[in-house]
Design a protein around this ligand. Structure first.
Ligand code: IPE
Ligand code: IPE
Ligand code: MG
Length: 253
């Protein structure tokens, strides 16, 4: 197999993206920040389309962090409105394309209307077998670990579990998407080199990819570039590569 062919086949099962830089994209164009968020929705549509076409199993998009509530009320309101209209506008197309929509995060601070809409689209698409599109909204990695810890503490309190039986696997089973593979490829746009409380537990062995491109400019070509980068990386999970093992053995022989 040529190296080019093997590279295209080495696709991540799960891609997790921090879609950052909407505000700066707008600022560069002398537009209000909210215009950047609208442009960001368009970019997200293109990326979803490409991931579905490439048969990626899971795409997670960080849409709103637990900390984003601290932004000015008009920006928060605009983002909430975008979620609602975006869902209303896109749900049919997503469903027709066999995409399963899931939301992860704490829903309690969303309006009743948004909560209803989320439930509606999740129910409608729950049996779809194509791309799982996971929207992280009012999500924080610390929140996720905390809610898992609370569930385990409850089991200890009610005598179903002994504290000494708590293992990484038991914690992982209580996290937000325990039935799906953890991200293989993490992408953050806009040049920031941080995780900003995204999937803290699940990113343990993800390949990290940072690009200066602002999210509204992150197009199909930009994703292809990230995928090519991923394909060329060697994942080790704390072990050695097969080649290194062979060479270590021959040295010891
Ligand atoms: C990311 O873009 C979208 C959300 C956080 C909702 P930003 O709004 O953070 O854009 P910058 O980082 O200010 O450019
Ligand atoms: C992270 O981006 C959250 C989302 C993209 C939804 P932020 O722009 O909120 O993160 P910081 O403030 O740069 O860490
Ligand atoms: Mg930002």
């Amino acid at each position: 197999m040529t190296s080019a062919a093997s590279k295209t086949e080495n696709l991540p099962r799960h891609i997790a993206i921090i879609m950052d830089g909407n505000g700066r994209w707008a600022k560069k164009r002398f537009l209000p920040r909210v215009a950047g968020h609208s442009a960001g929705v368009e970019a997200a549509r293109q990326i979803v389309k490409l991931c579905a076409k490439k048969k990626i199993q899971v795409l997670s998009l960080f849409a709103f962090s637990s900390e984003n509530w601290n932004r000015p009320a008009h920006e928060v309101n605009h983002l909430m409105e975008l979620f609602l209209t975006g869902l209303e506008r896109e749900v049919t197309l997503l469903h027709e394309n066999n995409i399963q929509l899931r939301f992860i995060g704490d829903r309690v601070r969303f309006s009743e209307k948004l909560r209803q809409k989320i439930l509606e689209v999740e129910t409608l698409t729950q049996h779809n077998s194509g791309l799982v599109l996971m929207i992280a909204a009012d999500y924080g990695g610390q929140w996720d670990i905390c809610q898992a810890a609370r569930q385990l503490a409850n089991e200890v309190e009610t005598g179903q579990l002994h504290s000494e039986d708590i293992t990484p696997e038991k914690i992982a089973a209580k996290l937000a998407f325990a039935d799906l593979p953890h991200p293989d490829l993490f992408i953050r746009t806009s040049g920031e080199l941080r995780i900003s409380n995204f999937m803290l537990w699940q990113l343990a062995y993800a390949e990290l990819y940072f690009t200066d491109t602002l999210w509204p400019d992150f197009d199909e070509k930009a994703l292809e570039k990230a995928l090519a980068h991923y394909a060329s990386r060697e994942r080790r999970y704390g072990n050695l590569t097969e080649k290194e093992k062979e060479s270590a053995c021959s040295h010891n022989a």
